[in-house]
Design a protein. Structure first.
Length: 205
């Protein structure tokens, strides 16, 4: 028995109809850090696509290790990477779990909120590089960055080792408060370099 909606076959004999648009995640670019001050994805540069081709973009970051105790962060650009500092508003909450004592908590952190500011947007608390196995892994979703009608919403999740052997799982969401196209995203630690790790960019259709 098939499932038909508004004249379109959705399921037929238990399988999705072959003509139904199912969407796709398309790999665009991978950047690998090696004592890098920043990792930047600029539309039109080095094969990067960050325009109206897709209405959603996904950045994944894998085992980013800092050279100094610092917060992993990002910012956007509306001028092709000539400058980063788009006005943003965000909200921030996080869960902790300490590996040696079992201490844990879930908290809203107003100190990490951004209110119409142009500074770095933090993915979490400081990562301590003194332990060689500490790093940041997670993702950033950016919605419709080329729109000239709407602000540019984003959602970010991070799993990282906070100082004193905490697991920290922050969640950040917000928007770039601009109707100009956001055509570049830059990642960096608040201080020091990105010693190692990689970031991949995908387009979602």
């Amino acid at each position: 028995m098939g499932l038909i909606s508004n004249g379109t076959t959705i399921f037929d004999a238990g399988a999705l109809d072959s003509g139904l648009a199912k969407g796709a995640m398309t790999f665009i670019k991978k950047l690998t850090a090696s004592s890098s001050g920043t990792l930047s994805f600029v539309n039109g540069a080095s094969g990067v696509v960050l325009d109206g081709t897709y209405k959603e973009y996904l950045f994944t970051f894998n085992n980013l290790h800092p050279s100094a105790e610092s917060r992993f962060s990002f910012q956007g650009s509306i001028n092709g990477g000539s400058g980063y500092g788009v006005t943003a508003t965000t909200t921030f909450f996080q869960a902790y779990h300490r590996e040696d004592t079992g201490d844990s908590t879930l908290t809203y952190n107003a100190n990490e909120d951004i209110e119409q500011a142009t500074g770095l947007i933090h993915f979490g608390e400081q990562t301590d590089p003194s332990s060689g196995d500490h790093s940041n892994s997670g993702y950033l979703q950016l919605f419709n960055p080329s729109s000239t009608t709407f602000v540019k919403h984003f959602i970010a999740r991070n799993s990282h080792n906070y100082v004193v052997n905490y697991l920290n799982s922050p969640s950040v969401s917000g928007y770039f408060n601009t109707t100009s196209a956001v055509n570049a995203i830059q990642f960096k630690f608040e201080s020091g370099n990105i010693d190692a790790g990689d970031i991949c960019l995908y387009g979602i259709s």
